[in-house]
Design a protein. Structure first.
Length: 196
């Protein structure tokens, strides 16, 4: 029997410097069990408030995801980190499963309704698109789109995406850290054409 991959998304907001946050984030990760791949992205152009997005990839039968709920770090009480568990998602389309190049960003689009694959095929500003569908009813969004975009093309893609009023939220992130590579099953490697 083939196992599916579940991607758990968690967002973090903090005002502390990146190195302080990373130390705390690594402590948080000790609570997560099971064989996994973890990718951390940092929001581009975060002003006073730094935002991060973690992606935890698990085999479906190994998910044991829990996260510390406190607003302040137990390790360092003066550090405030707001944690939002976005939820667990199955992979609907996977065009890129490797670390993005240094000159690339990831544009995440958080949707409350189903995406229209034809719409995204018409956009020319990105190289790859991964689509995640809510696996649990408690997930914050119905779908999450992950665009891999050359830094120079980000403004153009954002403008194209804003035209569509069904978008709940858009975030531009750079990969910061990746650990524990786990290969997804081959049956998950599908293209947008298979979604139509």
């Amino acid at each position: 029997m083939k196992k599916d991959i579940i991607v758990q998304f968690v967002s973090f907001e903090t005002t502390v410097a990146t190195n302080e946050f990373i130390a705390e984030w690594e402590e948080f990760n000790k609570l997560v069990t099971g064989k996994q791949e973890v990718t951390l992205q940092q929001e581009v152009d975060g002003k006073n408030l730094q935002r991060y997005l973690s992606q935890y990839r698990f085999d479906e039968d190994e998910v044991q995801f829990t996260f510390k709920k406190g607003r302040r770090s137990a390790h360092n009480p003066e550090i405030e980190i707001r944690i939002k568990e976005i939820g667990g998602y199955s992979i609907l389309q996977l065009e890129c499963d490797h670390k993005s190049a240094a000159n690339y960003c990831k544009v995440f689009v958080f949707l409350s309704t189903a995406p229209e694959p034809q719409l995204y095929k018409e956009l020319s500003s990105y190289q790859y698109l991964n689509i995640y569908q809510a696996y649990y009813e408690s997930s914050a969004y119905t779908y999450i789109l992950e665009f891999f975009v050359d830094n120079r093309q980000v403004p153009q893609l954002i403008e194209q995406l804003k035209i569509h009023n069904r978008i709940s939220e858009i975030g531009v992130y750079k990969e910061y850290k990746e650990t524990k590579k786990v290969e997804p099953p081959k049956h998950l490697l599908v293209k947008a054409a298979d979604l139509s």
